[in-house]
Design a protein around this ligand. Structure first.
Ligand code: NAD
Ligand code: GLY
Length: 368
């Protein structure tokens, strides 16, 4: 098992990565579960797959689990589910010093984290991420949010968990498409600032996706270490380091918006294609070689993720896609910061990108 510290001043916490952590959950929580009753929020898919394991782990240690089982899917990150969840926690008389467990992917982690942030002005929560995306990205770093009709993740808070237990066994029941989508976020760490890790992904990505346990452990632990370093340096995304984690997200957000934030394109799939578009756009404006951009595309393609815009069968033009970017929450005083690359492993924040040029680029990519 790997134990990775997230070194935040005054609020440090650990991320444990290994197989079988859910079954040993109470040991890892080391006294944080101070009452008999333990509130635990999950979704129906995760409950079917992992509910018994967690139920037994808690009961064997003398706890009584109180389950809140939400519908799976992005729509659960809503005002309605947030309000109902907070009311449920209040009925359970959860106190500030108690810990709420979030068992699931990014949807459950984001909703539970936000509920914990506002309940009694902030109580503790523990992330038990069960998707690859949640293990390598969303469970670490304290971004919590819900969606509103105005857009995704527009209402939320920074609220750090007290502990993250990333059980690699959970990935065994994850649908293959979700696993691939999460893998895009693994590749992201290589593209942002770690060329050696990108090469590692080139060499090991397909075997990792096929189920090689040692490779999965290495990839998750390595990704979490990268995320922990970034979050410790720039917790609130104020100095720019954390913003690099948005590589591929501006393009990806436009694609997700055009596909209606639906199952047509999962978030990780949008990020995968978005990272390739960011690489190709970087090459177009002379920041990196076209060959290097295609190297990025090959890793994504080898993972079975969408690597060409034309694959999506969108019935829109480049301008329409670029227009979605204007509603991106990263808009800042009328400009949209883009994460671009000066080479693999050399991402930076560009603030002078011309949206018209992006639209023309996307028009070409749609036709390719
Ligand atoms: P998700 O939570 O919707 O999970 C994907 C699907 O897999 C769901 O149907 C879920 O029920 C199922 N599932 C989860 N674990 C399973 C398991 N072990 N076995 C079987 N099925 C399982 O999606 P996600 O990709 O984990 O997260 C996406 C969300 O994360 C988005 O809302 C996104 O905005 C958010 N996000 C947040 C951050 C952050 O920093 N807070 C970062 C990235 C993404
Ligand atoms: N997932 C982006 C971040 O945590 O900042």
């Amino acid at each position: 098992m790997a134990v990775i510290p997230v070194e935040l001043a005054g609020r440090p916490y650990e991320v444990h990565v290994g197989a079988g952590l859910l079954a040993e959950l109470v040991t890892h929580c080391r006294g944080r579960l101070r009452k008999r009753g333990v509130p635990i929020i999950t979704d129906a898919n995760v409950h079917s797959a992992w509910g018994d394991v967690v139920e037994n782990a808690l009961r064997d240690a003398g706890h009584e689990p109180h389950w809140r089982i939400l519908p799976p899917g992005e729509a659960t990150k809503s005002w309605e589910q947030l309000a109902a969840t907070v009311n449920w926690l209040l009925q359970l008389e959860v106190e500030r010093g108690d810990h709420i467990l979030a068992l699931g992917g990014g949807v459950i982690g984001d909703l539970t984290g936000f509920a914990a942030a506002i309940l009694k002005r902030g109580c503790h929560f523990i992330q038990l991420p069960t998707t690859l995306l949640a293990q390598v990205d969303s469970s670490v770093g304290g971004k919590t949010a819900i969606n509103t009709p105005a857009g995704k993740n527009l209402v939320g808070a920074f609220h750090q968990p007290s502990l993250v237990l990333a059980d690699l066994a959970a990935l065994e029941t994850l649908p293959a498409r979700e696993l691939r989508a999460g893998y895009a976020e693994v590749v992201k760490y290589g593209l942002i600032g770690d060329p050696a890790f990108f090469t590692w992904c080139e060499q090991n990505g397909p075997a990792l996706l096929d189920g090689n346990a040692a490779l999965r452990e290495y990839a998750v632990a390595h990704s979490v270490k990268a995320k922990a370093r970034i979050v410790a340096e720039d917790e609130r995304e104020t100095i720019g380091t954390r913003a690099l984690l948005n590589l591929g997200h501006t393009f990806g957000h436009a694609l997700e918006a055009e596909t209606g934030f639906s199952d047509r394109l999962l978030h990780g799939e949008g990020v995968a294609l978005g990272m390739i578009l960011a690489a190709r756009y970087s090459a177009r404006i002379g920041l990196m070689g076209a060959g290097e951009a295609e190297r990025a595309a090959e890793v994504i393609e080898a993972a079975g993720l969408p690597a060409r815009l034309s694959e999506l069968g969108l019935e829109c033009d480049g301008k329409t896609l670029a227009a979605h970017m204007l509603h991106d929450k990263k808009m800042d005083a009328g400009t949209l910061p883009f994460v671009l690359m000066k080479g693999i492993g050399h991402a930076f924040l560009a603030r002078d990108v011309m949206l018209d040029d992006v639209a023309a680029f996307l028009e070409q990519e749609l036709a390719d």
